[in-house]
Write a protein that binds this ligand. Structure first.
Ligand SMILES: C[S@@+](CC[C@H](N)C(=O)[O-])C[C@H]1O[C@@H](n2cnc3c(N)ncnc32)[C@H](O)[C@@H]1O
Length: 277
């Protein structure tokens, strides 16, 4: 958001959120940001940004609540199943051709903004199944990153009560029953994923990726932040690599960033050239 255009008390709050929570709220769309702050102000009965900031500085539980409220962790297994179906049918065979087994090369995928793990596990199940069931880390590695340490800790545990969306065959192959009516992701699948805390805007991007999932993470970012992300997509993917975006997200000037459309309906793009930046 353009901080020079907004009220000084809100500007001060944004600056302090960066100092207190360690992430840059300036990347958010102003409307989204205000809505979230207003919700926290109502919940804590604070009547001004200044009053709320004073409380935020004092209360560690409010720091956690605000962070949760700003980052929005909603996710699910095989979110928009038609996207995973297209990924399986169109992208996966191409990835396997790019990295044929005899060459001993690793298929590298990045799940950026992975939340509590449902996305990287869905990717891992799809790819591992196509690679014969249990490919091992030398054949397939999935980097799963998020800014939210708590969501990552859930992801690393790999224990879920709600497994809606996972196809029956993959449940049988990659999950086992756990106490309290939960399911645990099997170690052979977990071992393919490296979970790390990573801030899209302040940490260096992972590079040489064959596929990059950035879904439902950028919806709340402002125009400038989105442009930075588009450049980052180009930097992170190898030429011929695939970008999979959320169904509610668009990439209108994709050609300017070195991409062409693979599936308009499912928001899948392919990097065709390096961007000279
Ligand atoms: C709505 S979830 C999307 C999860 C998953 N990609 C999906 O589509 O189901 C958005 C995730 O982006 C993460 N996120 C927000 N800002 C981020 C940033 N600057 N760097 C890394 N992750 C961020 C949030 O913590 C949250 O877990």
């Amino acid at each position: 958001m353009k901080t020079e255009e907004i009220n000084p008390a809100l500007k001060e709050l944004i600056k302090n959120i960066y100092l207190i929570l360690g992430f840059n709220a300036g990347h958010y769309e102003i409307k989204h940001f205000k809505r979230r702050i207003d919700a926290r102000m109502r919940a804590t009965k604070k009547e001004s940004y200044t009053e709320y900031l004073k409380y935020l500085k004092e209360s560690s539980s409010e720091k956690d609540k605000l962070k949760k409220c700003l980052t929005v962790n909603v996710t699910e297994f095989f979110r928009n199943p038609e996207v995973y179906e297209e990924f399986r049918k169109t992208v996966v065979p191409s990835l396997i051709r790019r990295k044929p087994p005899l060459k001993n090369e690793t298929i590298r995928v990045w799940s950026m903004g992975c939340s509590s793990g449902q996305e990287p596990y869905s990717i891992a199940m799809t790819l591992a199944d196509a690679l014969g069931g249990n490919p091992g880390k030398k054949r397939l590695i999935i980097y799963a990153t998020d800014i939210d340490a708590e969501a990552l800790s859930t992801a690393k545990k790999g224990v879920y009560k709600d497994i809606t969306g996972i196809p029956e065959k993959l449940i049988r192959r990659y999950l086992s029953k756990s106490p309290n009516e939960s399911f645990k992701i099997k170690a052979e699948l977990q071992n393919l994923i490296s979970f790390t805390r990573h801030d899209i805007f302040s940490d260096p991007p992972l590079t040489n990726m064959d596929a990059l999932f950035c879904r439902n993470t950028m919806i709340y970012f402002n125009k400038e932040a989105k442009k930075d992300l588009y450049r980052l997509f180009n930097k992170s993917l190898a030429v011929g690599g695939y970008l999979i975006m959320g169904k509610a997200e668009s990439f209108l000037n994709h050609r300017d960033y070195g991409f062409h459309v693979v599936s308009g309906r499912n928001h899948i793009f392919k990097k065709t050239e390096e961007m000279i930046s």
